[in-house]
Design a protein around this ligand. Structure first.
Ligand code: LRH
Ligand code: MN
Ligand code: MN
Length: 399
């Protein structure tokens, strides 16, 4: 089937889509992270918030698509406190802004039996205080979203009251919502298991949606693509959340087995295409409400290289999704012309959009080949030399 990829109309669709496409990078994607068995330390990994801003700025300069960096409160802000003028100075120096604020309710030993769903009122109070601090940090930095991943759950049947914990979560989330300022939102993320292996308090999109709905209108659902069971139809969840006006955003990554945090599209690019198609099918105003964020940690690939590769892949798949002739597809769906409809849909996926995307990059003054430009720039070698002394140790041990 001829999709007319070389036509002006196709070029316009792709360029319009790429001009609007933004995807946030995570500060933790530039830092040394590991597996549960140990860490492979990279000499060039970022260890300070300034280094994370510097690396994010590189990715943005090369791709033109990631002007914000997500901050993880306890990992990036010493003592969980934000030195707002200092962060604003970094934003100015590096030309990237603070993105979503990610509270951390999973690291402290007091959260062994949960944070906002802990049976102890005192511990729930501490969790709420951290959430309120995170809301305040977001407000002070002018960032829109507080992204909440709640790791709470239990490992053995009968050891916790699932229902009482729902009520406790409702209380804390309601109070957090009440503190949100004008233009702020809270995003409720779900995950079926890990670290809890029997029940997780916010295990799927239904639970996240209901908790968000009860918290208030500024609460939306965050879909992390790695947080589903095998075979889950994620684009159907996306379509439902869009229908309900409840989709806040995404944590994009890919997976083969569980929450693998692999680079986007590395295992199943067609799934990313199907998700992007759902988003491009709604009106522009609704699209603008959806935060695209990357949630990946790169243990083996070079961190900046992996991030550039991810953003480039996201742009390419978004461009493919922009090529779907949605008017024609709607007719074919209406007439139940199954094979033609499927071919219309996946025909766009099979197009090689890279020449078009390259043209767009050149027209926008961006490097035509971001990964090659990264290599040619020598940035990774430079930071590896500069940062190596702090990162020189390499650890690997079984837990
Ligand atoms: C949990 C998660 C969550 C965290 C991030 C580091 O698996 O996806 O979004 O904040 O990883
Ligand atoms: Mn996530
Ligand atoms: Mn995850």
């Amino acid at each position: 089937m001829d999709l007319g990829i070389a036509t002006n109309a196709a070029r316009d669709r792709v360029w319009t889509a790429l001009d609007a496409f933004r995807i946030e990078v995570p500060s933790w994607g530039f830092a040394n992270t590991g597996t549960r068995f140990g860490k492979f330390v990279q000499g060039g990994a970022a260890t300070t918030i300034e280094e994370k801003f510097a690396d994010a700025a590189q990715v943005n300069a090369l791709t033109g698509a990631s002007p914000t960096v997500a901050l993880h409160v306890l990992w990036d802000l010493p003592g969980g406190r934000a030195d707002v003028p200092a962060i604003q100075a970094l934003e100015k120096k590096y030309g990237v802004k603070s993105g979503s604020i990610n509270p951390n309710l999973f690291q402290d030993a007091e959260y062994k039996y949960g944070s906002i769903a802990n049976p102890s009122a005192e511990i729930r109070g501490n969790a709420l205080a951290h959430l309120l601090d995170s809301v305040e940090i977001g407000r002070a930095l002018g960032s829109q979203d507080v992204s909440m991943w709640i790791a709470d759950g239990s490992n053995y049947p009968g050891t916790q009251s699932i229902r009482r914990r729902i009520g406790w979560m409702e209380e804390v989330l309601g109070e957090t919502h009440a503190a949100l300022g004008e233009g702020q939102r809270m995003l409720v993320e779900y995950k079926p298991f890990e670290p809890a292996f029997y029940h997780t308090d916010i295990a799927d999109w239904g639970m996240a949606l209901e908790l968000a709905r009860r918290a208030g209108p500024k609460a939306k659902v965050l879909v992390d693509t790695g947080h589903h069971y095998q075979g889950t139809n994620i684009e159907q969840i996306v379509a439902w959340l869009l229908h309900l006006g409840a989709l806040g955003g995404f944590h994009f990554n890919d997976r083969k087995y569980a929450d693998d945090d692999l680079t986007l599209g590395s295992i199943d690019p067609y799934q990313v295409f199907r998700i992007f198609h759902e988003i491009l099918s709604v009106g522009n105003d609704d699209q603008a409400q959806i935060a695209f964020m990357i949630d990946q940690s790169h243990n083996l690939k070079g961190k900046i290289e992996a991030m550039v590769q991810t953003v480039v892949t996201a742009q390419e798949i978004y461009a493919k999704a922009a090529l779907v002739d949605r008017a024609r597809l709607a007719e074919l769906q209406q007439e139940c012309h199954l094979v033609e409809a499927e071919e219309c849909f996946r025909g766009a996926f099979w197009q090689d959009v890279r020449p078009l995307v390259r043209e767009w990059r050149e027209a926008r003054g961006l490097p035509s080949e971001p990964l090659k430009a990264l290599r040619d720039s020598g940035y990774v070698e430079k930071i590896t030399q500069e940062r190596n002394s702090q990162n020189a140790r390499s650890e690997f041990r079984y837990a």
